[in-house]
Design a protein around this ligand. Structure first.
Ligand code: APR
Length: 234
C-alpha cells in the first residue's frame, strides 16, 4: 500500500490547499528515534525526575552538580540517536521546535527555531558568553568571569529567547498550514503559538490540549504521518 493511501481525507485536504507549511514539534517527534518524551505514562522523563529539581533556575542555583551531569547524559543520548523518517520528511520546511536535541538539523532541516534552547549549546550562567571548550563531568568555570558554565537550554522559571519567539510568531502568522507534531501542548508560552495559525493539522497518537484548536487531528505517529505527507511537505 503506498504511503499516501493511509492519509485521512481531512488531512489530505489541508495539505492540498496549503501553499506554505510550517512545523511545530515537541518531544514526541523524537520518540521513534528512541528519546524519551516528558509526559508519556511510565516512560516520560518527568515520571522519574522532578522537573523543579532538574530543570529550573532555582535548582541550578541551589545544587548544579546533578543537573550538569543529567544534561551531559541527555546530550550523549541525543548524540547517539538517529533522526527518524519524520525528521527527514520535515527537511524542506521551517521547523519551530520545543526540543533540545539536534535531530531536526541532522534530519536535514535548515531552518530550525529552538524555543527551549539546545543540549549542544553552553554558556556562562552570569556573563552569558557562549562556551565551546571541552566538557567534563565536573562543573566548569567560565574562562572570562569564573562563574559556572550551564547548558544552553530554557529552564522552568526562565524567559524564552526573544529572537526565537519573534521568529516563531512570524513564521506561524505567515504560513497557511501549521503541522503540529509530538507535543502535549500544555507548557506555556510555547503552547500558545499554534493558536496564531490559520489552519492546524495535528499528528499525535493521543488527543492533546491542542486537538480542540486543530482543523484535523490525525491519530498516528510522527514518522508514519509525516513520511506519508512527504509529497506535500517537501
Ligand atoms: N509521534 C508523535 N507524537 C508522539 C509520539 C510519536 N511517536 N510518541 C508520543 N507522542 C506524543 C505524546 O502523546 C504527547 O502528546 O508526544 C507528546 C509529548 O508530550 P510531552 O512529553 O509533554 O512533550 P512536549 O509537549 O514536547 O513538552 C513541552 O515541556 O518539560 C517541558 O521543556 C520541556 O519542551 C518540553 C515542554
Amino acid at each position: 500500500m503506498t504511503q499516501e493511501l493511509i492519509i485521512p481525507e481531512a488531512a489530505r485536504r489541508l495539505v492540498d490547499k496549503a501553499s506554505s507549511i510550517v512545523a511545530f514539534t515537541g518531544a514526541g517527534m523524537s520518540a521513534e528515534s528512541g528519546l524519551a518524551t516528558y509526559r508519556s505514562p511510565k516512560s516520560g522523563l518527568w515520571e522519574n525526575v522532578d522537573p523543579t529539581a532538574m530543570a529550573s533556575i532555582d535548582a541550578w542555583a541551589r545544587d548544579p552538580e546533578p543537573m550538569w551531569q543529567w544534561y551531559l547524559a541527555r546530550r550523549e543520548q541525543a548524540a547517539q540517536a538517529e533522526p527518524n523518517a519524520g525528521h527527514r520528511a520535515l527537511a524542506g520546511i521551517p521547523v519551530i521546535t520545543q526540543n533540545i536535541d539536534d535531530l531536526h538539523e541532522r534530519g536535514g532541516a535548515e531552518d530550525v527555531v529552538h524555543l527551549h534552547g539546545s543540549l549542544f549549546e553552553f554558556r556562562c550562567t552570569m556573563c552569558a558568553r557562549p562556551y565551546r571548550g571541552p566538557l567534563t563531568n565536573e562543573l566548569i568555570s567560565c574562562p572570562l568571569c569564573e562563574n559556572l558554565i550551564r547548558p544552553g537550554v530554557v529552564w522552568f522559571g526562565e524567559m524564552l529567547p526573544s529572537k526565537e519567539w519573534n521568529r516563531a510568531e512570524e513564521l506561524i502568522r505567515d504560513c497557511d498550514l501549521l503541522i503540529v507534531v509530538g507535543t502535549s501542548g500544555i507548557v506555556q508560552p510555547a503552547a500558545s503559538l499554534p493558536l496564531l495559525a490559520r489552519h492546524v493539522l495535528e499528528i499525535s497518537p493521543d488527543p492533546t490540549s491542542l486537538t480542540p484548536i486543530s482543523d484535523y487531528s490525525w491519530r498516528t505517529t510522527a514518522a508514519i504521518g509525516l513520511s506519508a505527507l512527504l509529497h506535500w511537505i517537501r
